[in-house]
Design a protein around this ligand. Sequence first.
Ligand SMILES: Cc1cc2nc3c(=O)[nH]c(=O)nc-3n(C[C@H](O)[C@H](O)[C@H](O)COP(=O)(O)OP(=O)(O)OC[C@H]3O[C@@H](n4cnc5c(N)ncnc54)[C@H](O)[C@@H]3O)c2cc1C
Length: 373
Amino acid sequence: MAEVLVVGAGPVGTLLAAELTRFGVEVDVVERRPTAGGGSRAIGLHAPVLAALEAGGATDRILSAAVRVRRGEARSDGRTIGVVDFGRLDARHPYVATLPQAETERALRGDGPEPERAVTVTGVRPERGGMRVETDQGERRAPIVVVAGGVGARDLVYRPAALRRTAYADRYLMTDAAVPPREDAETALVHLAPGGVLESFPLPGGQRRFVAWDAGGSVETRTARLVRAMQERGEAAAADAVGEATAFGVRRVLGRAMRRDRLFVIGDAAHEISPIGGQGMNLGLLDAATLAPLLAAWIRLGSAPDADLAEWEGDRLRSARIAGRLAAVNMALGRPVSGAAHAARSHLLGSVLAATGALVPHAYAMGLDRAGR
Ligand SMILES: Cc1cc2nc3c(=O)[nH]c(=O)nc-3n(C[C@H](O)[C@H](O)[C@H](O)COP(=O)(O)OP(=O)(O)OC[C@H]3O[C@@H](n4cnc5c(N)ncnc54)[C@H](O)[C@@H]3O)c2cc1C
């Protein structure tokens, strides 16, 4: 029997298992997907995460393949109205490292265990001195269980009243596309437009990620709507490269707790925040990186470090609330507005970026997360 059982081999469960292995803990991971990979969602790794992953070697593996984005620009009507200079971060890694999620997951695994695939957890219950985990392949037991199963695993652990939900009407279109060479190839761009925001982020291999606010409800296909948004909002030259767009909606769902005795919940299972702002995976990775040494100490000493675990839980819940609020501000900045309001918004944002110096890159790059203290 493993000392810790992790449910879910997404980025967060994968990192936790790798870190526990590094600390000498026996860990098993169960994962319902039969194969690794799938579509890419998260692409940006921020400074505190890169620092936290150094000891296990994941940072080197990530940086050997990632684009280091040192500069972001807000543009409006083809003009740069403000700059976010990640080079001003007081951090060992003053940039955002961008990489497709599947490659990040591979880099995070390190010497961690291969997950047992095609195993779906259907229930998690406490029993004397440990936890019982029900799966579609039979029962498992472990002294400690960590649910890192993302949004789909939330109902395994939380009753509806234990979750704070905020619904948003916003919808977005997204694609990763190989674009023609360009001077700003390593700059992250946020194009503000009356029709809504268009974000454009560098990826390795001459690709970029495009995300556009979408009004939906039209007879045009998703791909046609994204192409039109790119043509109208400042990325006309890249619009021809769009193959197929996907659509996503956003929610904020925050758990009120992340621990009950021997059961822990981390990552999206505990806190789902809007991808606009690019912090969700980073939040979960910091959950995992900060929990692993505490669980290792518990196993080594034979008793739970309750005070440290309570502090951990308080810090992670606060960090999730902060990241959720930042994402809400990002979304508000990118909604469609009238032409006059667009001009006023662009002017205001330019002034704020000029006046606040390093504060915006600090906040955008997870500098407000409690793990970065
Ligand atoms: C369009 C989009 C773009 C995004 N971009 C960014 C970004 O740029 N930066 C960022 O930081 N974040 C971003 N995010 C958020 C990020 O993708 C998530 O925060 C991150 O994937 C959460 O990781 P996780 O490991 O907690 O959950 P997941 O990635 O969802 O992984 C959970 C794993 O658990 C498995 N599982 C679920 N239920 C069970 C079960 N019952 N039994 C066994 N296994 C189970 C699942 O199959 C899955 O493999 C984005 C999200 C979206 C939707």
